[in-house]
Design a protein around this ligand. Structure first.
Ligand code: AMP
Ligand code: MG
Length: 491
């Protein structure tokens, strides 16, 4: 039996979908971390993966039996500018496996050397961004948010040249697939309708089997992507996640969070928050994400026009009808989620306004997003104690007016306080990847070769909804509310 039971459906698509290319070996691979649980869920043997042959495979030094390594072609809008050819410039798809639950998954190496799509890049990844993606993607998974997963991080023993010399690493990541909005754009811009149809059929079979059986499968495909992205962005907002670089090539067709680069989590709530140093105009600010997702989906819809109807006017009408479903879907997911964060299970008129009013007061008072909602869980449990939550507001009286209305609304639910608090704690995490903690973790690893903070942070974030009193310090906001925090592109 081969160690990794590959079944590579993408490699069976027409040749122009990718470039066959093997990873470039690295000098001295050593395993930083293997995700044992994920390996097992994929049906892989963690002991083999952690052994010499497995690490060689995860580093790209040895192509495992059954792999069909390739770099996928795609295009994309980067900060609104269309680039007709991007593609995997520093990533190689080893192949696909079907996991224990029957789901097909990509296993991809990121930082595995140059490909025909590398342009001027070196095809490599630095240790810091690899650890950031490992940690944040696993934290998102533990929060229950659709995401690519981290299977392993391997140090290469080679430096990469950035502004300074940095240690290099390879991330092995797992995704439902790495097909992007930009993959559709790649064929559309070339007028390659046959390629587009082959891609759409592949995606239908792989990610939207229910749509494949619909009377109009391509329309149903677009509906499916719209629905998953609307839900996904709502989930991001509900935990304070800022993706940072929502280019169309970084938006997954399967609806997973993908391509963790300059991503970060809100400390103080402010919808205008931007962390990425390259996002100078705030295109991808926290509060812009719902709008940008629709913009990206509109680009996807444009690529699908030739498949939606033979007549262009008719095709445009179809696309517009589907896209008009985005806003209500997003609003329902977002406001439903906010209501649950507030302990409300029945939908009542005025709930959305109540939630929006809280957010407004939080923004005006630099209240920490995660701490405020978590403190509300305590407040729900102890009906006469608002101290911990009101103290999070610069002007605590800004909370008071809202708090009494919220309590009146909670009474209408008729649930007992303990049950309400318990339900709220299941949707309001105590622990998120705090930016200052992520930075300190990266610094320890890069500057001192100390991976203990990485391991500890990863462990805490694997149970984000549990109180974990001995790790209370990881729940704390940074000094000064994290104002001015900047992230840099993951390259
Ligand atoms: P990203 O912004 O990380 O999603 O990357 C955008 C594009 O640049 C993708 O086509 C990447 O494959 C490519 N790219 C990013 N970093 C590198 C690198 N170090 N070497 C080669 N290509 C890269
Ligand atoms: Mg990308």
């Amino acid at each position: 039996m081969t160690a990794i039971p590959f079944d590579n459906s993408y490699a069976r698509l027409p040749e122009r979908f990718f470039a066959l290319r093997t990873p470039t070996p690295v000098a001295a691979p050593s395993l930083i971390r293997l995700n044992h649980d994920l390996a097992r869920s994929l049906g892989l043997d963690p002991d083999w993966l952690a052994g010499a042959e497995g690490v060689a495979a995860l580093a790209g030094n040895r192509v495992p039996d059954g792999a069909a390594p390739l770099a996928a072609a795609y295009a994309g809008h980067q900060f609104g500018q269309f680039v007709p050819q991007l593609g995997d410039g520093r990533a190689i798809l080893l192949g696909e496996v079907v996991d224990r639950a029957g789901r097909r998954c990509d296993i991809q190496l990121k930082g595995s050397g140059p490909t025909p799509f590398s342009r001027r890049g070196d095809g490599r990844a630095a240790l810091g961004p690899v650890l950031r993606e490992y940690l944040v993607s696993e934290a998102m998974a533990a929060l229950g948010i659709p995401t690519t997963r981290a299977l392993a991080a391997v140090a290469t023993g080679e430096p990469v040249v950035r502004e300074t010399l940095l240690p290099g690493a390879v991330l092995a990541r797992v995704a439902a697939s790495h097909i992007r909005v930009g993959t559709f754009q790649y064929f559309a811009v070339r007028g390659d309708v046959e390629g587009l149809r082959a891609l759409a059929d592949h995606v239908l079979a792989r990610h939207y089997p229910e749509a494949a059986d619909a009377s109009r499968p391509y329309r149903a495909l677009l509906e499916g992507v719209v629905a998953r992205q609307a839900d996904l962005v709502a989930r991001w907002l509900l935990v304070g996640f800022v993706h940072g670089v929502m280019n169309t090539d970084n938006m997954s067709i399967a609806g997973e969070t993908i391509d963790y680069g300059p991503c970060a989590f809100l400390d103080a709530y402010d919808p205008r928050t931007v962390y990425s140093s390259i996002d100078q105009h705030g295109r991808y600010a926290y509060g812009e994400q719902p709008r940008i997702a629709l913009w990206n989906l509109t680009r996807l819809a444009e690529t699908l026009l030739p498949l939606l109807a033979a007549d262009e006017t008719e095709a445009v009408a179809e696309a517009e009808a589907v896209l008009s479903g985005y806003a209500p879907r997003f609003e329902a997911a977002y406001h439903g989620g906010l209501a649950r964060k507030l302990g409300l299970t029945e939908v009542r008129e005025g709930d959305a306004a109540l939630a929006s009013d809280l957010l407004k007061r939080m923004a005006e008072n630099q209240a920490d997003f995660t701490l405020t909602f978590r403190a509300l869980c305590d407040a729900a449990e102890r009906p006469d104690d608002d101290t911990s939550v009101r103290d999070l507001f610069v002007d605590p009286t800004a909370y008071d007016g809202w708090g009494s209305r919220w309590r009146d609304r909670l009474v209408l639910e008729g649930r007992d306080a303990a049950a309400t608090a318990a339900a709220m704690r299941r949707v309001n995490p105590a622990f998120i990847p705090r930016n200052h903690r992520v930075e300190a973790m990266i610094e320890a690893a890069v500057e001192r070769n100390d991976f203990a903070p990485f391991e500890e942070l990863l462990a805490v974030l694997s149970c984000p909804y549990d109180a974990q009193p001995s790790y209370a310090r990881y729940a704390e906001a940074p000094e000064g509310g994290g104002v001015g925090y900047r992230t840099f592109c993951g390259t």
